[in-house]
Design a binder for this molecule. Structure first.
Ligand code: GLN
Length: 204
């Protein structure tokens, strides 16, 4: 990997891109910096090549998919994920990382990578947005859900990292170098989920 090592601390500082086609990019950049990474906006294939990992932000997954096609980013993202690039998707980003989706618009495509079925706007049918404390990988976090998806089913290689009320739904998963949450940790001022992702990159 191409990480530079800071001499003073001797610890790897990964460069993490935030897909900047649409959605809450700035919030993720800030949280990644707080979590000890270098963070940069990514819009072009050449920018994607230069990062060690990628965050796909919350926003609107159909818009993000169409813009990803327009900017010729869909295939490059698929390729890099196939090659093992770590990626974290929150909300619409979770939809983008799902191998299969329910309640997408006709023809809606994803980047894929995580062997799961994600239902788009799943909580939205009950309540558009809500907040709740839940366990994420053994840590208690405050989770903000905004027209959020949930995970219907996961494959054998996917670890469930978090569930929430209502319905004990799966809202956080990890498969190897890929992480996804239904909720938006970038909006809470708590960088622990981003730190978890940065630590994932350091471990790999
Ligand atoms: N409902 C949105 C979608 O389908 C996701 C919402 C969000 O990212 N806050 O993409």
């Amino acid at each position: 990997m191409s990480w530079t090592r800071t001499r003073t601390e001797g610890s790897a500082v990964p460069t993490i891109g935030v897909l900047a086609l649409q959605g809450d990019v700035r919030e993720h950049v800030r949280m990644l910096q707080e979590a000890g990474a270098r963070a940069t906006a990514v819009r072009r294939p050449a920018e994607l090549e230069a990062v060690d990992g990628l965050v796909i932000p919350g926003g609107e997954s159909t818009t993000m998919w169409k813009l990803a096609e327009t900017f010729d980013m869909l295939e490059p993202m698929r390729m890099r994920i196939k090659e093992g690039m770590p990626a974290y998707g929150s909300c619409a980003g979770m939809i983008m990382l799902a191998d299969r989706i329910e309640d997408g618009v006709p023809g809606q495509q994803t980047v894929g990578g995580i062997d799961m079925v994600v239902r788009r706007n799943a909580f939205g049918r009950q309540v558009d947005s809500f907040e709740e404390d839940l366990d994420f990988a053994g840590q208690r976090v405050h989770a903000v859900f905004i027209r959020a998806p949930w995970v219907e089913t996961v494959g054998a290689d996917v670890d469930v990292l978090g569930r929430c009320e209502p319905g004990d739904r799966i809202v956080a998963v990890r498969q190897g170098p890929l992480l996804a949450t239904s909720f938006h940790p970038e909006l809470t001022g708590d960088a622990r989920v981003h730190r978890y992702f940065v630590d994932m990159l350091r471990e790999l």
